[in-house]
Design a protein. Structure first.
Length: 173
């Protein structure tokens, strides 16, 4: 007998009445109410197992049609590693960076993960140590911060480094 004051032990645990509902047996004759097509309607894709029509929401306009199209993906974008002056100061204080700083030094210290299309210096945080840093791009405020601390920012021109040899074009007759 179950009562509110009975202690719960492993031998007297059971579900509440009506908590477990017996699953309907389907496909066992017309007298069962779920015979022949087993409640799946006629033939076709939805009558088969393992099929869910992707994006179908029962006739309601699906989410991919309710939401507006926006923007595009620029396949020609350049991923530039961004570093802040505050991050550089933190690495200088910890001793992971020192002296002249360039892209390879930043990567070996762990400031940036990969250098695909260059490094850009940004002014978030602050810098107190005088450093010489070589980067591909830099914001004006970052250059100003480094100069105020007594350092120097050298901007490397990618065009000069990766310049292809120009072939002379044959003259048209």
């Amino acid at each position: 007998m179950r009562s509110e004051f009975m202690t719960v032990t492993l031998n007297n645990i059971k579900d509440n009445k009506g908590a477990r509902h017996r699953k309907m047996t389907v496909g066992r004759g017309i007298g069962s109410g779920k015979g022949k097509t087993s409640g799946r309607g006629g033939k076709g894709q939805t009558a088969r197992t393992g099929v869910a029509i992707k994006g179908f929401e029962g006739g309601q306009t699906p989410i991919h049609r309710r939401l507006p199209k926006r923007g595009f993906t620029n396949n020609l974008r350049k991923e530039i590693a961004a570093i802040n002056t505050g991050d550089i100061q933190r690495y200088l204080d910890s001793g992971k960076l020192s002296g002249k700083i360039n892209a390879e030094a930043l990567k070996s210290a762990g400031v940036v993960k990969k250098i695909a299309n260059g490094v850009k210096l940004l002014a978030k945080g602050g810098i107190k140590t005088a450093i010489t840093i070589e980067v591909d791009y830099a914001s004006e405020s970052a250059i100003e911060q480094v100069k105020k601390a007594g350092g120097e920012v050298i901007i490397i021109s990618k065009k000069l480094i990766a310049k292809k040899a120009e072939k002379p074009r044959p003259e048209k007759k």
